[in-house]
Design a protein around this ligand. Structure first.
Ligand code: CP
Length: 314
């Protein structure tokens, strides 16, 4: 693996899940990258990604340096820009400089949700993959969140009672316009497994076809939930009417009544979550909720990804 950008970066997803599960049983077993440095740049807030990735690097015996990238110079993203306005450092220079300090670089850079074409170009990630001399870990870009998705697959593997499960990706209401990255990424990864996938959302919330191609979309949420083994819940803003909230229909909130339609289904969410808006307390605090196991697995997902990048394996 050269970069950890999307599911396509990985040669063998099941082998990466195996590796993460092995690391979970003994997080300090492999110290072959001891003393190396991970530089983690955050243009946006984070609780799980920031702490779990630092912990992952530390488990490997590495140093982790974390920077709030939005508090430094404003970066120029455009090739050939005449930098006489408010940008002070070109991303290609930053990428080369950080490569002198780091063995691996992780970046979080959310979308603006105003210009769809620009967001879907995922400029920060692609610039780093082009100009940095060290591998990249995508810590959530404008359109993808592979560290979360790998943790989600690890969690499904740990809890599944059969190989092929019915997995439902359900939209839920939220008062703020949120990115599509977690949902895109979940589709990117889950569709490369043996599981059956159904997507459910109100009309108008169709995701980018690049991620939904070949997937079943069921606009009746109750029907989608019937017989499901896993309910993966996430809000996202509209892709078609880009970045807009089209409705906040409370009837789409995940409740116990809806979970009762499933095959004793497990509830999943990447967190943070708006309780009693996206999901009721009853569901998220139930025995069938996997949200804290998902959060725990973020460490081993990041650890497996960083180790594979530095070892040039998987
Ligand atoms: N799920 C997730 O990425 O959480 P943070 O935004 O807190 O990192």
């Amino acid at each position: 693996m050269e970069n950890f950008y999307s599911a396509d970066s990985v040669n063998d997803i099941e082998a990466l899940v195996d590796k993460a599960l092995k690391l979970k049983t003994d997080p300090f077993v492999d110290q072959s990258h001891k003393g190396k440095t991970a530089v983690l740049l955050f243009f946006n807030p984070s609780l799980r990604t920031r702490i779990s990735t630092q912990k992952a690097a530390q488990n490997l015996g590495m140093h982790a340096i974390t920077m709030n990238a939005n508090q430094g110079w404003k970066w120029e993203m455009e090739d050939g820009a005449v930098m006489k306005f408010d940008t002070s450092e070109h991303i290609k220079d930053a990428a080369r400089v950080i490569s002198k300090y780091a063995d691996v670089v992780g970046i979080r850079a959310f979308p603006g949700l105003e210009n769809r074409d620009k967001d879907y170009r995922d400029e920060v990630m692609h610039a780093f993959m082009k100009y940095a001399e060290v591998p990249l870990v995508n810590l959530e870009s404008s359109i993808l969140h592979p560290c979360q998705s790998l943790a989600d697959l690890i969690t499904i593997r740990e809890t599944q009672s059969k190989k092929k499960n019915k997995v439902v990706l359900s939209w839920a209401p939220h008062p703020k316009a949120l990115p599509q990255a977690v949902s895109n990424s979940f589709l990117d990864w889950i569709t490369k497994t043996e599981n059956e996938l159904v997507i459910t959302h109100p009309k108008g919330y169709e995701l980018n076809e690049r991620f939904t191609k070949g997937c079943t979309i069921e606009y009746d949420q109750a029907k989608a939930f019937e017989g499901a083994d896993y309910i993966y819940t996430k809000n996202w803003s509209s892709y078609e009417d880009y970045g807009k909230i089209l409705n906040t229909d409370e009837s789409w909130m995940i409740s116990q009544d809806k979970m009762n339609l499933t095959n004793n289904g497990k509830f999943m969410h990447c967190l943070p979550v708006r309780r009693n808006v996206v999901v009721t307390d009853e569901v998220i605090d139930s025995e069938n909720s996997l949200v804290f196991q998902q959060a725990e697995n973020r460490v081993y997902a990041a650890q497996a990804a960083i180790h594979s990048l530095l070892s040039k394996s998987i």
